[in-house]
Design a protein around this ligand. Structure first.
Ligand SMILES: Cc1cc2nc3c(=O)[nH]c(=O)nc-3n(C[C@H](O)[C@H](O)[C@H](O)COP(=O)(O)OP(=O)(O)OC[C@H]3O[C@@H](n4cnc5c(N)ncnc54)[C@H](O)[C@@H]3O)c2cc1C
Length: 429
């Protein structure tokens, strides 16, 4: 028989943490899970050298040890239907049911293909941060950080803290756009302070605007990159390139549950009301999957979702703060809009699906992602189209298609659980 919980929270980043803290404070019994081995999500990922940031460590310890919380680390949701989830960890698959569900599945990086982008030594900007925090050595390596958005600064700080020689940060947005954004920061004093701290930690590291990495070169691994900037093309010798073009909401689970979506540029995000309710009864969503808004916004929305799911009132000031946080997200989108030139960097032989080695030219004859997938295996690999499908949507080739189970590669034994639960307790389609 599937175990039932009052409230289940998927995702242990700032949104999931705030939701758990708020719901537990109302006396609810909460089950809380994340695919990662430690809580904290992307921004508060536990660093093997430095641990969690102080503020996060306090909340994580309180929530994980709360007597009414069931914490399930290294647990993925691999399939879902209303009121039930199929979970999998490294040992088993099992089914749980819930009264209310809070989705706090966050975001992933937008990686866009360009010649050489699959060479060893190239990762996402946040991807490099994640690897380094989990122990990947960077001591003395020459690192270039590129792409777009404030995440580049955070990635550079982490790389530097772990001994990398950061050669420079290359932002695609123009000088005017970045300075225009900086001039607006006074409206969000917390963000202005955060930016000032990051800049002081990066003293001496050059920050170039209007600069786009067009090519990566190397025989067996990355040796150098080419960058087009305001002063022409530049070649830089480096060991590591960390490149990301902003973030994309992780909506696959919400899509599988039938939650209504809205578009943010080329990518869907979950449509919620002011109480973080989705279009599906008893399902709430908070944080980056409702649109890229950053850590503070995720925290506030998680708190709202946790309170409402636990039956508590939300005060007007919380709603005001959330609205203000969302205006920051809108400013980010406006000022760090991608230069269309980036969409044209991939050449016919550039790999689009790096799991299944599918080049751009192999996709030209198809009208939609599903036909292309069936004929070329594009999107059938370990990432299940999260990287290539998202890139293809951004390039305007195919919109993202709906989601079918499993959400992540699953063991046969876990999928067997799908079959047995549908026989005894109703169907997982
Ligand atoms: C790689 C990366 C690095 C980042 N670094 C920074 C930074 O240094 N500073 C900064 O201000 N912002 C950073 N961000 C931005 C970040 O998205 C937000 O600031 C903040 O972490 C958002 O909080 P959240 O709770 O909405 O989502 P997240 O923090 O992304 O948390 C979502 C969690 O949900 C889990 N999850 C998703 N789907 C499932 C599933 N099906 N089953 C189980 N678990 C699931 C994930 O494992 C993840 O831990 C980063 C983003 C990324 C993608």
């Amino acid at each position: 028989m599937a175990k039932r919980y009052d409230i289940v929270i998927v995702g242990a980043g700032p949104a999931g943490l705030a939701a758990a803290e708020a719901a537990l404070a109302q006396g609810a019994r909460v089950a809380w899970l994340d695919a990662q081995s430690a809580a904290g999500g992307q921004v508060w990922r536990k660093d093997i050298r430095y641990g969690w940031p102080r503020q996060a460590a306090r909340v994580i310890t309180e929530v994980v040890n709360h007597p009414h919380a069931t914490w399930m680390p290294q647990t993925q949701v691999i399939a879902a239907e209303q009121n039930a989830l199929l979970l999998q960890n490294e040992r088993e698959g099992w089914r749980i049911t819930y009264g209310s569900l809070i989705l706090a599945t966050g975001a992933r990086e937008l990686l866009l293909p360009f010649p050489g982008w699959t060479l060893p030594g190239i990762t996402g900007a946040g991807g490099l941060q994640a690897l380094v925090k989990q122990g990947w050595p960077l001591d003395g390596r020459r690192v270039v950080i590129a792409g777009s958005g404030p995440l580049l600064l955070a990635a550079a700080v982490t790389a530097k803290r772990h001994g990398a020689h950061v050669l420079g940060i290359y932002e695609q947005a123009s000088d005017a756009a970045v300075h225009g954004f900086a001039r607006k920061l006074w409206r969000w004093p917390g963000k202005a302070l955060q930016a000032a701290v990051l800049r002081s930690q990066l003293a001496g590291i050059p920050y170039h605007c209007g600069s786009i990495v067009t090519r990566a070169l190397g025989e067996h691994a990355l040796e150098r990159i080419e960058i087009d900037g305001p002063h022409g093309t530049q070649r830089i010798e480096c060991d590591q390139l960390a490149i990301g073009y902003g973030l994309v909401p992780n909506v696959e689970l919400a899509q599988m549950l039938g939650c209504a979506m809205k578009q943010e540029g080329a990518h869907p995000c979950v449509d919620v009301d002011t109480s973080q309710r989705t279009s599906v009864t008893n399902i709430y969503a908070a944080g980056e999957l409702c649109g890229i808004g950053g850590r503070d916004c995720a925290w506030l929305e998680g708190r709202i979702a946790g309170l409402v799911a636990a039956g508590a009132d939300i005060d007007a000031s919380l709603l005001r703060q959330q609205r203000h946080a969302r205006t920051f997200a809108a400013a980010l989108r406006e000022h760090f809009k991608l230069d269309p030139y980036i969409h044209d960097l991939a050449q016919p032989d550039t790999l689009i699906c790096r799991c299944e080695d599918v080049p751009l030219q192999a996709l030209k004859d198809y009208d939609d992602a599903r036909s292309a997938k069936l004929a070329t295996r594009c999107g059938m690999g370990a990432c299940q189209g999260r990287i290539c499908g998202t890139a293809l949507a951004e390039l305007g080739l195919f919109p993202r298609s709906g989601q079918r189970p499993p959400l992540f590669p699953a063991r046969l034994a876990s999928l067997g659980e799908l079959a047995s639960s549908s026989e005894t307790e109703g169907s997982f389609s």
